[in-house]
Design a protein around this ligand. Structure first.
Ligand code: PA5
Length: 430
């Protein structure tokens, strides 16, 4: 159980031995002091190793109840309180249908679009509904406003039964959502106090929505547990999460401004968004940090591929790929061969996707773009659980190498304060 599931290839990132050794000393130091320095924010490090069987059973029971009594679950949340669930759901559920035995899971509260919420209410009209509202602080504007609308909708539609149909995921003690949940009598899941939003996807924040979507949460946690055990070494040769952190920091120091995470399965698009928030909110402070960006290949090779190959050399690329993706199609043989593609007949699409990945790496390396490759054996719940933990561990290390606090987000307050001031002005005028 101690082997690293992620293979890391960085053949064109040139680092000298003495640079590597200097990083090793810093990594050792951060690794040994991280939990002590940020003791209020590192609950996620040991979380998958704790015995979660009771919690997982409770989540499974409620997910089963929801699937039995509803046709749709509306998840309300923003930032770390929604991106992870949506990422896992999209990565692991079919493209064109709902997973067998599961129900539809939709998200609201992550924007202030009136059209979005109006159309959602319309969409719910002929469906049986449950709601899961998620907010650690219990005071986030987008979430609170969407919940106000959905709460009223559920009360009007279901009367007293609405209490059973709304599940709250929030802090154990603090926040307005906690107060509302207590006095109304909603069932609650707790977000551990020492796990911040963008590190919380493996807690009930992410687990309840994805369980309703039909994902095996035991496997997800087993994968994360495997990662928690294998990525607990400070030696770079034994910890690929730290190696990845070191390479991206090294490239940042070389002057690169952007990291482009690119993958080859369209279902990972929302996983990219979770990753962008994790790194963007953890590192982008004190005028430092790489800008996290993402692309879905081969789609985006026909969009921003030109820029990557020959444009302003501000970026390096991290290619994420899975050796085995379930389901595949072979190119059929065509007796006419008008399109001259018979030389590809019997090759599978997944095979060609993999070859396109190799070609992309070769072309971008030849174009002078540093390429880091992260390879996992299989796209399934176990490996996604592993990957999530891998990125969280890498992110904490990377932010510390940069010299910033990985767990706060002071910059987000600026937007919130300005918006509140403007809203209060409207109140005074009215
Ligand atoms: O990572 C974070 O801490 C943030 O992105 C939060 O998750 C986000 O702002 C939502 O906060 P809350 O869960 O308190 O509503």
């Amino acid at each position: 159980m101690s082997s690293d599931l992620i293979k890391l290839n960085f053949s064109n990132v040139d680092m000298l031995d003495k640079e590597w050794c200097a990083y090793q000393a810093k990594v050792d130091d951060i690794h040994h002091h991280l939990e002590q320095l940020f003791k209020d924010s590192v609950g996620w490090i040991g979380y998958p190793l704790q015995n979660q069987s009771v919690l997982l059973q409770q989540i499974t029971n409620i997910a089963n109840e929801i699937r039995e009594h509803a046709e749709i679950l509306v998840v309300i949340g923003v930032g770390g309180s929604y991106l992870g669930a949506r990422a896992i759901q999209d990565a692991l559920t079919p493209y064109f249908k709902i997973k067998k035995g599961a129900i539809e899971v939709v998200y609201v509260g992550q924007n202030l679009s009136g059209a979005y919420i109006a159309q959602l209410l319309d969409y719910l009209a002929d469906k049986n509904v449950y709601v899961n509202v998620i907010s650690k602080s219990g005071t986030t504007m987008e979430t609170a406003l969407a919940f106000r609308v959905l709460k009223q909708y559920m009360d009007e539609r279901y009367g007293i039964e609405a209490i059973e149909r709304i599940i709250v995921t929030t802090d154990a003690e603090n926040g307005l959502l906690k107060e509302i949940a207590d006095h109304t009598g909603y069932r609650q899941f707790i977000i551990p106090a020492n796990i911040g939003g963008r590190y919380s996807v493996l807690t009930p924040v992410g687990l309840l929505p994805v369980a309703v979507a039909g994902i095996d949460i035991d496997e997800l946690i087993n994968g994360a547990k495997h990662a928690a055990m294998s990525l607990n070494h400070s030696r770079l040769e034994r910890n690929n999460a730290y190696c990845y952190a070191v390479f991206r920091h090294f490239l940042y120091e070389q002057g690169y401004k952007v990291e482009l995470l690119a993958s080859f399965e369209p279902s990972l698009k929302n996983f990219h968004e979770w990753w962008m928030q994790l790194f963007g909110e953890s590192e982008g402070k004190e005028r430092k940090g790489l800008f996290p960006s993402a692309a879905s290949y081969s789609t985006d090779l026909h969009a921003i591929g030109q820029f990557i190959q020959e444009g302003n050399p501000i970026l390096f690329e991290t290619l994420l790929y899975f050796e085995e993706v379930q389901e595949d199609v072979s190119v059929p043989y065509d007796t006419q061969n008008d399109d001259r593609l018979n030389y590809l007949s019997n090759r599978t699409f997944n095979e060609m996707n993999n070859i396109s990945r190799q070609g992309t790496a070769l072309a971008h390396i030849a174009g002078g773009v540093p390429v880091i490759q992260l390879q996992l054996p299989k796209l399934d719940a176990y490996h996604i659980g592993y990957l999530i933990y891998f990125f969280m561990k890498a992110c904490a290390m990377s932010a510390c190498l940069l010299g910033v606090n990985p767990f706060n987000q002071p910059g987000v307050e600026a937007y919130k304060n300005k918006m509140l001031a403007l809203l209060q002005k409207i109140q005074i005028v009215n």
